[in-house]
Design a protein around this ligand. Sequence first.
Ligand code: GLN
Length: 211
Amino acid sequence: MSERATAGTLASQPTARPDGPTDDAPAGYPTVGILALQGDFEAHAKILVQLGAEPREVRVPADLDGLDALIIPGGESTVMTLGIEREQLAEPLRELAARGTPILGTCAGMIMLDRRHLGLLDGVAERNAFGRQTRSFEADLELDGVSGPPVHAVFIRAPWIAEHGPKLKVLAEVDGHPVAVRQEKLIAISFHPELSGETRLHELLLALISD
Ligand code: GLN
């Protein structure tokens, strides 16, 4: 179980019902899946625990059952595409989105959500859009919908949204290119918030659960 079970007042509460599923989060804690076929899923899990959510690694369709939200992390979109095909996850992921489940895609995750991949976002992400090797960089971004100081964004061979339809709302741009977008309960960002200790995108995702 999570660190939470050993800390504070919850330690005295029962963690599982004898007759129920044992991997369910305690009532009140949202369960957030992290696609864990490839990429940096562990850093996302740490942030979710910090925010009081229960992370669950997703590798096969059954792992999507009962999720309150999902993160598709960064990694390599070509490898992730193959993993999704191998595990036959595309249709179950589309069904999850169709049920109104909030999804956050970061970097390669943004690519997976676009028209050419899962087809959930009304836009096309261009891979390695800032240049393949040289354009790993950090930037402070004002992000629509995120209050407080600018978001410190780490970009690693990042995509941007090259074209999009009217349903997609641009939350932030770099050099005139969208790097953070939202379409209803889908959020896609080009950068890695989990690498800079930035928790507000994850908070945004959790807020969409009850929205
Ligand atoms: N360049 C990678 C791709 O195209 C994405 C990089 C990342 O997720 N940090 O899949």
